[in-house]
Design a protein around this ligand. Structure first.
Ligand code: 0X9
Ligand code: ZN
Length: 520
């Protein structure tokens, strides 16, 4: 958005007239994605000195996926380390995605909002359409402006007028994690369009649901138009990781202090308008009782704390509910999500749910959506194929319903929740049918067994065992396959993300050997 001061309208007008059209996105021709097995810290240092771009936050011994410029590749291959070449050239993946998106039917022209990913304008159109289609139930809300002046918008669903407890669901903190945005919209859409279904009607009698699909609109736009794998906001063109900028435990372990770092925490807690907007909206609404932050990827359910290796005061209840949420997700498409305390993935001081829980007193979870660490399903990374948008939405909705049940009970309401009974022990079984068989909803999808596995959800206890077992290995994916990279096919794979491949040992300020930082 360009702001023109009256006194300088000529200059501003000229600037507008000559404003460049969107530049072509950054290209990665000949950049290879390579997973390197690093035996020790010396190897880590050696690799980083080669000027490669690791696609994980916590670089340490173990498997490190790196994006390698053509002129750096020979050095890596001569290093003697075990390497797995995921692809010789990532650019065709990006070209394919761009071409696909260019030919999609946009929402503004009647396109199905869940057939493919949505750019920022489309997201806003979906929010407007949902509100316009159910004005008595849904209202667009404005949480404030991003650093570049874009509105951070959401949808408030419910009739509580501040009297009912509220559940807040946010997505799109991390710009490249497009599935979190679509999943947020799926959840909003299910609550609005399913409002007459007994289960959702029962909930909405006692609950408001607030969905903010894109907390970081500048970064999201930038990821669409300029740099697909951008993660942070757009502060000074360098960016701050808003999920390190929240004010509980800010600056602790897992926070970056170099502005160039992908986990840069910013100069101070809540220095960023995006994290501030979430904070202020929540604090302005006493009725908020629960908070979900959608990310990708890794198929994980994370609860506080994420910044210290200590149990949260409500650790038992959080673990029980996290496990219930994972079970509910599994029941939908038999996708196994692992429920663990956040810090056991890796420490991430300044993350949103620690603040939500610690300062705002909310029951709070991060969900890392698909793909997961299961063999072969890491193939897509941030480039998750669009045919997974609906199934991911369906399984995420199942998790949200577990928390919604609990939330609805916080206002003292006694009727009409989806399961009834003790919400702290809500079983996912009751949400099996939430949308999964309902092809009448927007963006209906026929689900195939291709998306299914039968491993079952992984509980925190199982994860803890895995963590113990992996203390001398790479942490995540330690037992995935003999190469340790969790990959068994040569099929094209997307970049590996932070949660997608949390590595066990950390550099710099991340001091604690993450012997517990493992998934199965
Ligand atoms: O690192 C993050 O901010 C989140 N993962 S992601 O891959 N989406 O970037 C996870 C934050 C959750 N908390 C902890 N790991 N403690
Ligand atoms: Zn994320």
């Amino acid at each position: 958005m360009v702001h023109c001061l009256f006194a300088s309208w000529v200059i501003c007008g000229a600037a507008l007239a000559s404003a460049p059209s969107t530049p072509d996105p950054r290209r990665y021709d000949g950049y290879a994605l390579i997973e390197v097995q690093l035996p020790d810290r010396a190897a880590v240092a050696q690799l980083l000195a080669m000027g490669v771009d690791p696609w994980v936050e916590t670089v340490g011994p173990g498997v490190v996926p790196v994006l390698v410029a053509p002129d750096r590749r020979a050095a890596i291959e001569a290093s003697g380390w075990t390497v797995h070449v995921v692809t010789d050239d990532v650019q065709p993946w990006l070209d394919d995605e761009r071409e696909r998106l260019a030919t999609r039917s946009r929402v503004q022209h009647g396109g199905d909002p869940f057939a493919d990913y949505l750019d920022l304008d489309e997201v806003n159109t979906v929010l407007d359409d949902l509100a316009a289609g159910a004005p008595e139930l849904a209202t667009v809300i404005d949480l404030g402006a991003s650093i570049e002046g874009r509105q951070i918008r959401g949808l408030r669903i419910g009739t509580g007028n501040g009297q009912s407890p509220a559940l807040v669901i946010v997505g799109g903190q991390h710009a490249r994690e497009w599935i979190g945005v679509s999943t947020s919209l799926w959840i909003a859409s299910r609550f609005v369009q399913g409002a007459a279904e007994p289960e959702i009607a029962g909930l909405l009698a006692n609950l408001d649901v607030v969905v903010v699909p894109v907390v970081n609109p500048d970064g999201y736009r930038y990821s669409w138009e300029a740099q697909r794998f951008w993660r942070k906001n757009r502060r000074d063109g360098v960016g701050v990781d808003t999920n390190r900028n929240f004010g509980y435990g800010w600056g602790g372990e897992g926070a970056g202090f170099e502005p160039e770092a992908d986990n840069y925490a910013g100069p101070a807690a809540f220095s960023e308008p995006e994290s501030m907007a979430v904070r202020d909206w929540v604090l302005d609404h006493d009725e908020v009782v629960a908070f979900v932050d959608l990310h990708s990827f890794g198929k994980l359910l994370l609860w506080p704390w994420g910044h210290i290796y200590e149990d949260a005061p409500d650790a038992m209840a959080l673990e029980t509910m996290g496990t219930d949420m994972a079970e509910a997700m599994f029941a939908v498409h038999q996708q196994s999500y692992t429920a663990i305390q956040g810090v056991d993935l890796y420490p991430a001081a300044g993350n949103s749910i620690d603040w939500a829980y610690g300062d705002a007193n909310l029951r709070a979870f991060t969900i890392e959506l698909r793909p997961g660490p299961d063999v072969e399903s890491f193939e897509d990374g941030f480039l998750l194929p669009p045919d997974q948008i609906v199934p991911v939405g369906e399984e995420a909705m199942a998790a949200v319903l577990v928390l919604a049940d609990w939330s609805a009970m916080q206002g003292g309401g006694s009727e009409g929740t989806s399961t009834g009974g003790d919400p702290s022990t809500t079983s996912g079984a009751t949400v099996d049918d939430t949308g999964s068989d309902d092809d009448s909803t927007t963006g209906s999808a026929t689900l195939t067994s291709a998306t299914m596995d039968d491993a079952g959800p992984t509980t925190a206890n199982e994860s803890a065992t895995a963590a113990d077992d992996s203390s001398s290995s790479s942490g995540a994916n330690a037992d995935a396959d003999s190469s340790g990279c969790g990959c068994t096919s040569d099929a094209p794979r997307g970049p590996i993300g932070f949660a997608g491949l949390a590595l066990a040992f950390a550099l710099g300020r991340r001091r604690r050997p993450a012997s517990a930082a493992a998934r199965q």
